[in-house]
Design a binder for this molecule. Structure first.
Ligand code: HEM
Ligand code: HEM
Length: 199
C-alpha cells in the first residue's frame, strides 16, 4: 500500500476530525433544546460555510471515501485482527453515510432552499416511518466515527511495538475513546429523537 496515500488519508482525516469536533459539539447543545442547537450552528456556519473552508471540507469527504475504499480493496479484511475489521467496517459505513448525508444537506440547502438546521435532522428522526431508517442511520454514524478513530489510535500505538505495561495503557486509551463515543452518541440521540422534549 502506498505510504503517501495513507499519510494523505491521515492528514485529510485530521481536517475532517476538526470539523467533526465542532459538528458533534454542536449536536450536544441540542441537550439544552432546539434553540441552543440553532444558535450555536448559526455561529459555527461563519466558519465552515466560508467558501474556501467548505470547499476543502467537501474535498476531504470525497478524498477520504476514495482513499479509504482503495485501502479496503487492496488489503481486504478477511482473517485480519479484530481492530482492523472494526476500522474497515466503520470506514465502509462512513463512506455510505458521508455521501448520503452531505448530498442530502447540500440538496436541502441549494435545491430545496431549506434551512438545514436542527429540525432538518430531527424531523426525519421523529416522524414515522422515516425514523425507522434515520435513527439507526444517525446513531451508527457517530458510533462509526469513534470506532474508526479508536482503531486508528490503537493501530498507531501497536506499530510502536509496546511492552506489556504500555500495551495495557494503550488498550485503556482505546477503550476510553469508545466509552466517550458511547456517551456522546447516547446524549445526542436522546436529544434528537424527542426523549428529552417534544419535537
Ligand atoms: C470521518 C472520516 C475519516 C477519518 C477521520 C479517518 C481517519 C483515519 C485515520 C487517522 C487512519 C489512520 C491512518 C494512519 O495510520 O496514519 C485511518 C485509516 C484507515 N481508514 Fe479512515 N478515516 C475516515 C474515513 C474513512 C473511510 C470513509 C474509509 C472507507 C472505507 C476509511 C478506511 C480506512 C482504512 C481501511 C484505514 C486503514 C489503513 C491501513 O492501515 O491500512 N476511512 N483513517
Ligand atoms: C447525529 C448525527 C448527525 C446529525 C444529526 C447531523 C446533522 C447535520 C446537519 C443538520 C447539517 C447541516 C449543517 C448546516 O446547515 O449548517 C450537517 C452538515 C454536515 N454534516 Fe452532519 N450530522 C451528523 C453527523 C455527521 C457525521 C458523523 C459526519 C461525518 C462523518 C457529518 C458530516 C457533515 C458534513 C460534511 C456536513 C456539511 C457541512 C457543510 O459544508 O455545510 N455529519 N449535518
Amino acid at each position: 500500500m502506498s505510504l503517501s496515500l495513507k499519510r494523505l488519508h491521515h492528514t485529510s482525516g485530521i481536517v475532517l476530525a476538526s470539523f467533526l469536533l465542532l459538528h458533534i459539539g454542536n449536536h450536544l447543545f441540542a441537550l439544552g433544546g432546539p434553540q441552543w442547537h440553532i444558535t450555536v450552528m448559526n455561529i459555527l456556519r461563519h466558519i465552515y460555510r466560508f467558501w474556501l473552508v467548505e470547499l476543502v471540507l467537501l474535498f476531504c469527504v470525497g478524498f477520504q471515501v476514495v482513499s479509504g475504499v482503495s485501502f479496503v480493496v487492496r488489503k481486504g479484511f478477511v482473517r485480519q485482527p479484530f481492530y482492523v475489521v472494526v476500522q474497515v467496517l466503520s470506514g465502509l459505513y462512513l463512506s455510505f453515510f458521508m455521501i448520503y448525508h452531505v448530498q442530502a444537506v447540500l440538496r436541502g440547502r441549494l435545491q430545496w432552499k431549506m434551512n438545514t438546521d436542527f429540525y432538518f435532522a430531527a424531523g426525519v428522526a421523529n416522524h414515522y416511518p422515516e425514523k425507522l431508517f434515520f435513527i439507526p442511520y444517525y446513531t451508527l454514524s457517530l458510533v462509526a466515527v469513534f470506532a474508526h478513530i479508536a482503531a486508528a489510535h490503537y493501530i498507531k500505538r501497536m506499530e510502536q511495538r509496546p511492552d506489556q505495561h504500555l500495551l495495557r495503557r494503550y488498550k485503556n486509551e482505546t477503550l476510553g475513546i469508545c466509552l466517550v463515543g458511547s456517551v456522546v452518541t447516547f446524549l445526542i440521540m436522546i436529544a434528537f429523537t424527542g426523549v428529552l422534549y417534544k419535537i
